[in-house]
Design a protein around this ligand. Structure first.
Ligand SMILES: [Zn+2]
Length: 266
């Protein structure tokens, strides 16, 4: 051991139903964190938080790798440094994951959205606070190669914002996929969105696009009680109007074709 190294003792371990990192879905899974009994006092009042940060040790990582591609999302993209990507392999595989705290029982925490495999050592736990949130960060456009994965990504962003699944959230995600295919990255400052529909639709669109009402003014919203809500997307001279044709349940959201649920007007 060199003078620059230091020792961390795990404070707990992950119990999950995924063993191989390559099998882990991007959005993570429901898992159980077992905090070792001697650390249980450190959990006092943790259940007052809906979300927590977990710091973990990805013990299966290859620590020699410095550049990589986002292979799960789109292997066609160019290389990134491992510090510039949420890469699994890196010199010090400390993992930082924001999860939802579903339930606590004594020294056991059930969390959703965890992307750590069974047996992963837990190093630390911290509450997620409001000031951890940046509503509209600038991020690279790591666009999934498969449409289904783009849908899953937008769906997660919409639910994170809106905190429920509903018909208009499903519609927002499907509209955003079409808009992304036409106009490109929807979180850019150039993308302006005008929503005529429900508050649920506007909320979900905001969660996907990060569009604020001002500075810069990217989002406008008119509350309309209509079975044909309308979202107009524009980027410079280019624009696209999408009109909802019907309400959607979860199964229809994943399976129906675009033309069955959305009318496109240029
Ligand atoms: Zn809703």
């Amino acid at each position: 051991m060199s003078d620059n190294s230091f020792v961390l003792q795990p404070i707990g371990v992950v119990h999950a139903d995924v063993d191989d990192p390559m099998d882990m879905p991007i959005g993570g899974r429901l898992a159980e964190i077992e905090v070792f009994p001697q650390y249980q006092p450190a959990l006092t009042r943790i259940e007052e938080n809906s979300h927590i940060w977990l710091l973990l040790w990805f013990h299966l990582a290859d620590r020699k790798i410095l550049t990589t591609r986002p292979i799960k999302v789109n292997p066609d993209l160019p290389e990134f440094g491992v510090f510039a990507l949420r890469a699994f392999n890196r010199p010090n595989p400390i993992a930082m994951t924001r999860v939802k705290l579903e339930k606590r029982e004594q020294n056991r925490l059930w969390v959703s959205g965890l992307d750590a495999v069974n047996g992963t050592p837990v190093l630390d736990i911290k509450p997620y606070y409001e000031h951890d949130r940046v509503f509209s960060p600038r991020t690279p456009y790591i666009r999934p190669r498969e449409r289904r994965m783009l849908m899953e990504q937008f769906f997660r962003h919409a639910v994170t914002q809106h905190q429920e699944e509903c018909s208009d959230l499903y519609l927002a995600v499907r509209m955003a996929v079409i808009a992304d295919e036409t106009l490109g990255q929807l979180t850019r400052d150039e993308i302006i969105v005008d929503v005529h529909g429900s508050r649920c639709l506007a909320d979900a669109i905001q969660g996907i696009t990060n569009a604020r009402l001002a500075n810069p003014a990217r989002l406008s919203f008119t509350e309309v009680d209509s079975s044909h809500p309308q979202v107009r997307w524009s980027k410079g001279e280019q624009s696209l109007t999408l009109i909802g044709k019907r309400s959607l349940n979860q199964q229809e959201f994943w399976n129906l074709d675009d033309q069955e649920i959305i009318e496109v007007q240029d």
